[in-house]
Ligand binder design. Structure first.
Ligand SMILES: Cc1cc2nc3c(=O)[nH]c(=O)nc-3n(C[C@H](O)[C@H](O)[C@H](O)COP(=O)(O)OP(=O)(O)OC[C@H]3O[C@@H](n4cnc5c(N)ncnc54)[C@H](O)[C@@H]3O)c2cc1C
Ligand code: FES
Length: 282
């Protein structure tokens, strides 16, 4: 193994600063990468991922939920689903963590410049799209109309709702929220009841000029791609943030293969047009 590849396998140290619960199984972690990790992470492009390790437990790929702060801190929105993510949730402020990356391609920001952008997030899919949204808003004059459509199963599972509503109230973007199911006790003002694709029905936008960014549970992709294409968005402008089980994160182990592509280096952001001949991709 050459030195460069060996370096990419070695995690840098990071410290957990704080954990803020977003829902019953998902928290926002603020972490402080240390030393040589800082210049590397300053090159982060929305849509890329980092490999976060809990010492003695293992490593998981996570897409940062925002651009690194001025002091280099990172926000990670993590759902507790198994061994490593469970142990991550048990860590206390100050705990040492490991971090490698950023890895993967990220969203093609230069190509998207000057265009309207439609972000479609289902459930935890809001995490990687939030970093894209923050980039778009921080460079608001470089992009056309920005629209976020976000669906969750229930109102209490909707993350960043107040933050998104505040951004929309400032007139910087259009926001459409929906929940699959709304128990009567949970007020859901300014939020529809229905599935995420329902929000697209009757939505008027400049489809041929638009770039769409989609992230959510797998069954959502096929449905949204069909609806977006029917509305007139080109398959090459429909960007999907995909997830695969990963090991190395740098194109060496083939754990994350999607047909001939490797999710960790060719993705995780892939275009609908690229996936047409890979039925197992979605
Ligand atoms: C590019 C990328 C970005 C990601 N970003 C985020 C994020 O921002 N926030 C977040 O909470 N999670 C994210 N994930 C998913 C996260 O990496 C997995 O949930 C995590 O690896 C699970 O590890 P674990 O040890 O806790 O669970 P395990 O004990 O390994 O597995 C628990 C369950 O999760 C399933 N699972 C594990 N990994 C994956 C995966 N990659 N895709 C689908 N199912 C999986 C397993 O099949 C099993 O059912 C991302 C994954 C990728 C590939
Ligand atoms: S995770 Fe090893 S090649 Fe992608």
């Amino acid at each position: 193994m050459n030195e460069r590849v060996k370096d990419m396998h070695l995690p840098f140290t990071a410290r957990l600063i704080e954990r803020h619960e977003l829902t019953e199984d998902t928290s926002l972690f603020r972490i402080a990468p240390e030393g040589a990790a800082l210049p590397q992470l300053s090159r982060f492009v929305p849509g890329q991922f980092v490999q976060i390790s809990v010492p003695g437990a293992g490593e998981v790929p996570i897409s940062p939920a925002d651009l690194p702060g001025e002091d280099g801190t990172l926000e990670l929105c993590v759902r507790r689903v198994g061994h490593v993510t469970e142990l991550l949730h048990q860590q206390l402020p100050g705990a040492p963590l490991g971090i490698r990356g950023p890895f993967g391609n990220g969203f093609p920001l230069e190509e998207m410049t000057g265009h309207p952008v439609l972000l479609l997030a289902g459930g935890l899919g809001i995490a990687p799209l939030r970093s894209l949204l923050m980039h778009l808003l921080r460079h608001r004059d470089r992009f056309g109309e920005i629209t976020l459509m976000y669906g969750a199963r229930q109102p209490r599972l909707m993350m960043f709702r107040e933050e998104m509503a505040a951004l929309a109230a400032r007139g910087e973007m259009r926001l459409y929220l929906t929940v699959d199911f709304a128990p009567e006790t949970n007020g859901i003002q300014s939020c529809a009841v229905g599935l995420l694709p329902d929000l697209l029905k009757g939505f008027r936008f400049d489809a041929p000029a638009t770039y769409a960014a989609v992230c959510g549970p797998p069954p959502l992709y096929r449905c949204l791609i069909a609806d977006l294409e029917q509305a007139g968005v080109a398959p090459g402008r429909i960007m999907l943030s995909l997830e695969r089980r990963m090991r190395c994160g740098i194109g060496r182990c083939c754990h994350c293969a999607i047909g001939q592509k490797l999710c960790c280096v060719d993705g995780p952001v892939l275009r609908a047009g690229e996936l047409k001949d890979i039925p197992e991709a979605l």
